[in-house]
Design a protein around this ligand. Structure first.
Ligand SMILES: *[C@@H]1O[C@H](CO)[C@@H](O)[C@H](O)[C@H]1NC(C)=O
Ligand SMILES: *[C@@H]1O[C@H](CO)[C@@H](O)[C@H](O)[C@H]1NC(C)=O
Ligand SMILES: *[C@@H]1O[C@H](CO)[C@@H](O)[C@H](O)[C@H]1NC(C)=O
Ligand SMILES: *[C@@H]1O[C@H](CO)[C@@H](O)[C@H](O)[C@H]1NC(C)=O
Ligand SMILES: *[C@@H]1O[C@H](CO)[C@@H](O)[C@H](O)[C@H]1NC(C)=O
Ligand SMILES: *[C@@H]1O[C@H](CO)[C@@H](O)[C@H](O)[C@H]1NC(C)=O
Ligand SMILES: *[C@@H]1O[C@H](CO)[C@@H](O)[C@H](O)[C@H]1NC(C)=O
Length: 290
C-alpha cells in the first residue's frame, strides 16, 4: 500500500513538472541557456538528428508545423548548432513530438559547430552571444548602443531581439543563411550561401545574390564565376537596387512574380510552410509538412 501511494505521488509529481515547462516563444534578458540534455524540451528523430528547444512559437492551431529556436544536431549528434527550425508540434500540452524531421532554416555561424555545455546568453547589452564549452566566442548579434529587453521567435520563423518599446533591435530575417521562409525578403546585395555539404555546414562556394539586374548565382572563386541568373525586367541602365520576397508560395522580385512550373503545383495554405534552399548551386522550394 505504501509503495502504491509512493507510486501515485511520483506520477503526480512528474505531471506537475511537465506543466511547469510550458512552451514559451519569448524570453526576457538576462537569461542564459546551456546546451545539454537537461533542456526540458528535446526531441530525437528517426534520421539521428535531435533538437533541444529554447523558444517555440506553437502553430495557432495548437499543433502542426511550428517555428522554434534552439540547439540542433544531425547524426551522430556530437556537434550542435544554434538554429531556427521547423518542427511538428503535436499537442503541445503533452509535449509529444511525432517523427517528422526538423527543417533548419537559419543557423548562427555554420562554420563553428558547438559542443555539449556551450552557452547561449541573452543580455541587454550584447543581445545574443554564443560561447562554446571551451569559452571560445562562436557568434554574437553585435547590438551596440541598443539595449535589449528580450527575444522572441515569431510565428513565421523570425528570431527577434526587441527593445523596451517592442521595437526590433535585431532580426534573423535580416541575416539570411541559405534559406528564405514565407514572408521573408532578400534585399539588394544580400546573399544566400549554400553549406559545403549536408554534413559540413561551413559556407560553401556557391551563393545567390540579389543585384540591381536580378537574382544571380555565383561560384565564389577569384574572380567569382556567374553560373545562372533570373533577370529583373526593368531598365537595367538605371542602377536601382532589387528587392525580392517569398510570399504566398511564389518568389516576387520587385512585385512581379517568377513563374516556375514547380510553384504552380504547390497547394499553398496558411498551414503550409515553404522553404527556399539551395545545395550545389541549385535552389529548391520545399513544402514542409509532417
Ligand atoms: C513567457 O515568458 C515571458 C517572459 O519571460 C513571461 O512574461 C510569460 O509569462 C511566459 N509565458 C508562459 C506561458 O510561461
Ligand atoms: C557538462 O557540464 C556538466 C556540469 O558541469 C558536467 O557534469 C558534464 O560532464 C559536462 N559535459 C561534457 C560533455 O563536458
Ligand atoms: C564563426 O566561427 C569561425 C570559427 O571559429 C570564426 O572564425 C568566425 O569569425 C565566426 N563568424 C562569426 C560571424 O562570428
Ligand atoms: C568543411 O568545409 C570547409 C570549406 O569547404 C573546409 O575548409 C573544412 O575542412 C571542412 N570541414 C570538414 C570537417 O570536413
Ligand atoms: C551602375 O553601377 C555600376 C557599378 O557601381 C557603375 O559602374 C555604372 O556606371 C552604373 N550605371 C549607371 C547607369 O549609373
Ligand atoms: C525594386 O524595389 C526596391 C524596393 O521597393 C526599390 O528601391 C528599387 O528601386 C526597385 N528596383 C527596380 C529596378 O524597380
Ligand atoms: C499574398 O496574398 C495576400 C492575400 O491574398 C495579399 O494581400 C498579398 O498582397 C499577397 N502577396 C503578394 C506578394 O502578392
Amino acid at each position: 500500500m505504501a509503495s502504491f501511494l509512493a507510486f501515485l505521488a511520483l506520477l503526480s509529481f512528474s505531471f506537475s513538472i511537465n506543466a511547469l515547462y510550458f512552451y514559451n516563444s519569448t524570453a526576457i534578458a538576462p537569461t542564459s541557456w546551456i546546451n545539454s540534455a537537461s533542456i526540458p524540451h528535446t526531441a530525437d528523430y528517426s534520421d539521428g538528428s535531435s533538437v533541444r528547444i529554447l523558444l517555440l512559437n506553437v502553430n495557432p492551431a495548437g499543433y502542426g508545423p511550428s517555428f522554434a529556436a534552439g540547439f540542433y544536431c544531425f547524426a551522430p549528434c556530437n556537434r550542435f548548432f544554434f538554429s531556427i527550425f521547423i518542427i511538428y508540434a503535436n499537442d503541445v500540452n503533452k509535449g509529444i513530438w511525432d517523427g517528422s524531421l526538423p527543417q533548419v532554416i537559419w543557423t548562427a555561424n555554420r562554420s563553428h559547430p558547438i559542443s555539449e555545455n556551450a552557452t547561449l546568453q541573452l543580455t541587454s547589452k550584447s543581445g545574443l552571444t554564443l560561447h562554446d564549452s571551451d569559452g571560445s566566442l562562436v557568434w554574437t548579434t553585435y547590438v551596440e548602443r541598443s539595449s535589449v529587453t528580450g527575444i522572441y521567435i515569431s510565428g513565421s520563423g523570425n528570431l527577434v531581439l526587441f527593445h523596451i518599446n517592442n521595437s526590433p533591435v535585431w532580426r534573423s530575417w535580416g541575416h539570411p543563411t541559405d534559406s528564405l521562409v514565407m514572408g521573408q525578403s532578400l534585399a539588394g546585395g544580400q546573399r544566400l550561401t549554400a553549406s559545403s555539404s549536408s554534413t559540413n555546414w561551413t559556407e560553401g562556394k556557391v551563393y545567390l545574390i540579389l543585384l540591381a539586374g536580378g537574382l544571380f548565382g555565383f561560384v565564389n572563386s577569384d574572380p567569382p564565376q556567374l553560373y545562372g541568373q533570373i533577370p529583373l525586367n526593368s531598365n537595367r541602365a538605371v542602377n536601382k537596387s532589387a528587392f525580392m520576397n517569398f510570399d504566398n508560395g511564389s518568389l516576387y522580385m520587385n512585385s512581379s512574380s517568377f513563374y516556375y512550373p514547380y510553384f504552380d503545383s504547390l497547394h499553398y495554405s496558411l498551414l503550409s510552410i515553404l522553404i527556399f534552399l539551395f545545395f550545389g548551386g541549385r535552389f529548391r522550394i520545399l513544402n514542409w509538412s509532417n
